[in-house]
Design a protein around this ligand. Structure first.
Ligand code: NAD
Ligand code: MG
Length: 393
């Protein structure tokens, strides 16, 4: 029996995780669910899975949460705040933590789970992009099992040889990782019209249903850029080990190309319950509730290479990956600020990449290694990006 904490239970990944958990009550019990502001949904979830704890990240909502818990007949203990998120991630009774908070807000609770040696199902890619080496070192020290939930990294994990050890590409006969991405809703849109892109157009992904931030990141392909950095840290790759491939149908979730000419791919319907179930059950397999791929119905699978003029954020991320931890932390922070400003209608679509680029340009190169330095760099880059959003610089 695994005892599971779901960080970010009310989000897209959180809901898919609860769906899989509820299909297997004999294997999993829920320890804690956490959420930020959709408290009604959080209480419904807590009741349905008899969670022991419910954590409301925003302390200002604590009294609302207590009142709602009573109204919904929720018997879970209600906690709040950042420390409580870390506590339910590292509690001795917990075996498994789904890290599905969006953005930098997920870093500390995810790291707490890693340091406590849990099985960590990593959806929150921003945490790894920010803290890379520190995160991997902490996992090595504690013995935490990091299982990638991002569909591409989960696919790569499935396609690597069982004997693969961290960073050993040539020794494992691997030529390269082929990281696939759909190219989002604007893959064929006339470039000259990009400044007219609306929030609802950017929030309409052709294949995947996801939270708003990652959906905008998919439209700019910053998502693929963050995933490029994520792949480097997860598998010990360098930039030359990874090629991004456009694949509009999102059926092939990524591939590993071997030196003997073989390519091993993982395919499936675009449904996050597949990688979630894989991470939960690994090394076994369980039913995820996902429809099987129907090859009789499948239309063409096509592939292409991405154009950086269309996706400047992808190029920025690959350059930041080569530049090091300070650059990736800053880029992630600037992008969170710029995407939030775009979603609030404060800036246009093309300003996202410009603000990201300007934030990197205006900050001096530096080396960050401690958690303290990473959090400081994150804050400085947020302030820089925010002043660019407001037109103060
Ligand atoms: P979402 O916006 O649907 O959900 C985010 C969750 O985080 C919610 O439960 C929300 O309450 C919580 N949250 C937000 N701000 C918080 C804060 N300040 N403190 C604590 N909790 C907070 O996002 P999502 O689409 O589920 O994505 C979650 C993570 O998984 C992201 O890092 C995303 O990149 C990654 N991911 C998502 C998908 C997908 O299909 N949705 C696929 C791959 C990776
Ligand atoms: Mg992905």
């Amino acid at each position: 029996m695994q005892t599971v904490t779901v960080l970010g239970a009310t989000g897209s990944i959180g809901c898919s995780t609860l769906d899989v958990l509820q299909r297997h009550p004999d294997r999993y019990r829920v320890f804690a669910l956490t959420g930020n502001n959709q408290l009604e949904k959080l209480m419904e979830q807590a009741k349905a899975c008899s969670a022991r704890y419910v954590v409301v990240a925003d302390e200002a909502r604590y009294l609302d949460a207590i009142a709602l818990a009573e109204q919904y007949g929720v018997t879970s203990e209600i906690l709040c705040g950042a420390k409580a998120l870390e506590e339910v991630s590292s509690d001795a009774q917990v075996t498994t933590v789904m890290a599905a908070i969006v953005g930098a807000a997920g870093l500390l609770p995810t790291l707490a789970a890693v340091k406590a040696g849990k099985r960590v199902l990593l959806a929150n890619k921003e945490a790894l992009v920010m803290s890379g080496e520190l995160f991997i070192d902490a996992a090595n020290q504690s013995g935490a099992e990091i299982l990638p939930i991002d569909s591409e990294h989960n696919a790569i994990f499935q396609c690597l040889p069982h004997t693969f050890s961290y960073g050993q590409f040539a020794a494992s006969g691997i030529h390269q990782i082929l990281l696939t991405g759909s190219g989002g809703p604007f893959r064929t849109r006339e470039l000259s019209t990009f400044s007219d892109i609306t929030v609802s157009e950017a929030c309409a992904h052709p294949n995947w249903s996801m939270g708003r931030k990652i959906t905008v990141d998919s439209a700019t392909m910053m998502n693929k850029g963050l995933e490029f950095i994520e792949a480097c840290w997860l598998f010990g790759a360098t930039a030359k080990d990874i090629t991004v491939v456009l694949h509009p149908q999102s059926v092939v979730h990524s591939m590993v190309q071997y030196t003997d000419g073989s390519v091993i791919a993982q395919l499936g319907n675009p449904d996050m319950r597949t990688p979630i179930a894989y991470g939960l059950a690994w090394p076994e397999r369980i039913n995820a509730g996902v429809a099987p791929l129907d090859f009789a119905q499948m239309r063409d699978l096509s592939f292409d290479s991405p154009c950086y003029e269309r996706y400047p954020n992808l190029q920025l991320a690959i350059m930041a990956c080569e530049a090091g931890q300070a650059a990736t932390t800053r880029l992630n922070a600037a992008n969170e600020v710029a995407v939030a400003a775009f979603l609030e209608g404060q800036i246009g679509f093309t300003r996202i990449a410009e603000i990201n680029q300007e934030t990197l340009n205006r900050m001096e190169p530096t080396i960050v290694s401690s958690l303290q330095q990473i959090l400081e760099e994150d804050q400085k880059a947020r302030q820089m990006a925010l002043s660019l959003v407001r037109g103060l610089r």
